[in-house]
Design a protein around this ligand. Structure first.
Ligand SMILES: [Mg+2]
Length: 424
């Protein structure tokens, strides 16, 4: 009994809390506002003019601009002046088809409609649909149909790096980057002239033919969309990705120069350039753009520096692709491959060159493994995603075949992952 009383005493406050006195005192009892700067009649007239101006905005612009207008009015708490207009805008946004490939726009539409009571499916297939629509626009409407039509395979490739739901943004951005690499590679290899390649590199857009001008503008708008999808303090990541794309373009141009000069480079020079042209280095930077907080500035600097695991990723991609190209054959403007350059420089048979390339792939795997325990712990999340991409290469280029280009080889894998559910 004595201990029960002691507990009760301990839990009951000894004194009621003391609240501080009113901050305002009698201020509002004695307060007389300053006289209005204009008459009430004039104020009403001005208010009506502004309302008319806002109402006018509802009848122009895209549906995304109108949804942004609704969002702004709601944030300013003046939306109650525009009930009718907002209602009719939301009804038409809900009933009409919505084809934006921007995740930001889709989320805006979803949020505004759902908070006003309109049913919108939360189906996050939305992610791949957005990527496929973006591709359709770029590939067909911009007119890049000389390139490999492989958006599903790009999506699958990005999925090998990020399969978790919480990384869908990172995965979608990565899928688009891989798709851009494929289209740019094919542009250099099968379509553009050397002059056009140089103009592209110099961003001399006014001199470019129409199809490249459209491609360039679409790339710029895609990079802008990446920025829109990031928090303000993460937008700087896109500049790293853009820099990696510029490095890729410069190396594509070097390959084009070699091809048009009929020049067979030294093996080491060829590997240095063609490893970048594999797209691996940009993929390693690009996969960090949409990642969470683990994608630090240090991680982006490491990826852009193209050392250890990133270089290994590029080399595995290049060498496996080159071994596959022995069977696949080359594109119209393809420069001499690493295998060809090694044969030419060393004066050896193709079997010797193939064995050499195989041993370099082994070395790159070891570098990838070492990176896990040699690099600072802070970089490990980025290293793991880079390693995921490297590990995906056998899906694409195993057994000296190019399953990405001859994509029926990937059909079964893709169906098992995205189409046919596992029977429980
Ligand atoms: Mg190429």
């Amino acid at each position: 009994m004595a201990s029960h009383d002691a507990t009760a005493t301990a839990t009951v406050p000894e004194m009621a809390p003391v609240f501080h006195p009113i901050v305002w005192g009698d201020f509002f009892i004695n307060y007389n506002p300053e006289p209005l700067q204009m008459s009430e009649e004039r104020m009403t007239e001005r208010s009506n003019q502004l309302k008319e101006k806002i109402i006018g905005l509802f009848s122009c612009g895209t549906i995304v601009e109108q949804l942004n207008l609704v969002d702004t009015l709601q944030h300013l708490s003046v939306d109650h002046h525009f009930h009718e207009k907002i209602d009719s805008t939301l009804r038409s946004a809900h009933a009409g088809e919505f084809n934006s490939s921007s995740l930001h726009h889709v989320v805006l539409r979803f949020r505004i409609l759902r908070q006003q009571g309109f049913w919108v499916s939360p189906e996050h297939n939305t992610n791949n649909k957005l990527t496929f629509r973006w591709w359709k626009n770029l590939y067909r409407e911009v007119g890049l149909n000389y390139s490999r039509d492989r958006v599903v395979e790009c999506y699958f490739w990005a999925y090998t790096a990020y399969y978790e739901k919480e990384y869908t943004r990172a995965s979608m951005i990565l899928a688009k980057i891989i798709a851009i690499i494929i289209m740019t590679d094919d542009t250099y290899d099968v379509r553009a002239t050397l002059v056009e390649c140089r103009q592209w590199e110099e961003s001399a857009t006014s001199f470019l033919p129409e199809y490249l001008q459209k491609f360039y503008l679409k790339l710029m708008s895609t990079f802008k969309e990446f920025e829109d999808e990031l928090k303000p303090d993460n937008k700087y990541r896109v500049a790293f990705s853009t820099k990696a794309f510029q490095i890729l373009s410069s190396n594509y141009l070097q390959e084009a120069e070699w091809f048009h000069q009929n020049h067979k480079p030294r093996f080491n020079d060829q590997v240095k350039v063609s490893s970048v042209c594999s797209g691996g280095p940009w993929i390693c930077v690009g996969l960090l753009v949409g990642m969470g907080d683990a994608a630090t500035k240090e991680a982006l600097e490491w990826a852009l520096g193209c050392t250890d695991a990133v270089r290994a990723c590029a080399e595995v991609t290049r060498f496996m692709n080159d071994l596959a190209s022995l069977k696949r054959g080359k594109n119209k403007n393809d420069v001499a491959s690493s295998v060809e350059c090694y044969i030419s420089e060393q004066g050896v048979a193709s079997e010797v060159a193939i064995a050499k390339i195989g041993s370099l792939i082994e070395d790159a795997w070891k570098t990838t493994n070492q990176a896990h325990f040699e690099l600072p712990e802070l970089l490990l999340p980025a290293v793991q995603r880079v390693a995921n991409i490297t590990i995906s290469m056998p899906f694409m280029y195993d057994n000296k075949t190019d399953a990405f280009t001859f994509s029926s080889r990937l059909e079964g894998t893709i169906k098992r992952l995205f189409v046919n559910p596992i029977k429980l």
